[in-house]
Write a protein that binds this ligand. Structure first.
Ligand SMILES: [Zn+2]
Length: 313
């Protein structure tokens, strides 16, 4: 059960086990995966932990009880898993779940529903679940799982206890790999150097998006100390292009391609920019990339770029 995940997710498993042992569980949990691949499995293990009468005596595996056997066969009527039906999770899926759960539990003390990819709930599904969360029925527990908490309604998030999974190196490595796969990277470049360039670009963009033209005062530290020749500049602009494309993805509720490790940054930048602004900025980055190839003075190039990124009008 939950013990399988202790090594990966010590804090999360401790919180969940304490909740059951102290009988102080929440009616709604929001699992923020942070890229952790086994979050769905943890949710099911938690549901099993709640449902199994032997959970205190046997944390690892329970082979004896009817509940666990049924859960393993995906035939336990008190645990329901909802997944997107096509692109979206639809209102009808939640309505039939709710109708079923309004009856009293028969096989277990708790009824638990788990929503995979909760960010895929369309507007009417979101409103339906919200009503359910607003009037929690006793012994019904919701577990919403999402890679992107920011795509959920604030009113849903505020009604859930947020369980944030630990980011592991794998997530970060994934981001570096995805970026490296999308741009030209010289084969001689090692990963930690690449990581340093990516971090510099992220920091530069975050700084620019909050300080705007004042960034001009700080370009030495923010940029030139690390990105100090033409090839690096070109690579950095490729990275920046992917970053702004991901901001646009967040803005348009599309899947983030590369920068999933910095979702909250993407979200905050997307809130400061209209779609039109983001497209303009992406175009500016493109045109600056062309200028880099002309071997311009690097200082001048970055200064001009910062000024050209103003497109708030
Ligand atoms: Zn059991």
């Amino acid at each position: 059960m939950l013990d399988e995940f202790v090594l990966d997710q010590k804090i999360v498993t401790t919180i969940l086990k304490n909740a059951v042992e102290k009988d102080r569980y929440s009616h709604a949990y929001l699992f923020e995966t942070n890229g952790y691949k086994n979050a769905n499995a943890v949710a099911l293990a938690f549901a099993k932990y709640l449902s199994c009468p032997n959970h205190f005596s046997n944390n690892k595996n329970c082979v004896n009880c009817t509940q666990c056997k049924l859960i393993d066969q995906n035939a336990f009527s008190e645990i329901k898993i909802i997944e997107p039906d096509g692109l979206w999770i639809k209102k009808e899926q939640l309505d039939s779940l709710q109708a079923e759960f309004m009856q009293t539990a028969v096989q277990s003390k708790y009824r638990i529903y788990i929503i995979h990819n909760a960010e895929k709930m369309n507007a009417s599904a979101s409103n339906s679940i919200l009503k359910f969360l607003e009037e929690p029925a006793p012994n019904i527990i919701a577990i919403l799982i999402t890679d992107n908490m920011y795509q959920l309604l604030d009113t849903i998030v505020s009604r859930c206890q947020i369980i944030s999974f630990a980011k592991n190196d794998e997530t970060k490595n994934n981001m570096i790999e995805k970026i490296a796969d999308s741009i030209y990277v010289p084969s001689t470049l090692d990963k930690s150097t690449l990581d340093k360039y990516i971090a510099t670009v992220i920091h530069f963009v975050e700084y620019y998006e909050s300080k705007k033209e004042n960034t001009l005062l700080n370009t030495q530290n923010l940029w030139h100390n690390v990105i100090d020749d033409r090839d690096k500049t070109l690579m950095a602009f490729e990275m920046m292009l992917l970053l702004y494309k991901d901001v646009l993805n967040v803005k348009m509720n599309r899947k983030v391609e590369c920068y999933d490790q910095i979702l909250s940054s993407l979200k905050s930048i997307s809130e400061k920019n209209s779609i039109k602004n983001l497209i303009e900025k992406i175009n500016k980055i493109h045109s600056t990339k062309e200028k880099i190839k002309l071997n311009m003075n690097q200082n001048l190039l970055i200064d001009e770029f910062i000024l050209e990124m103003r497109c708030d009008a």
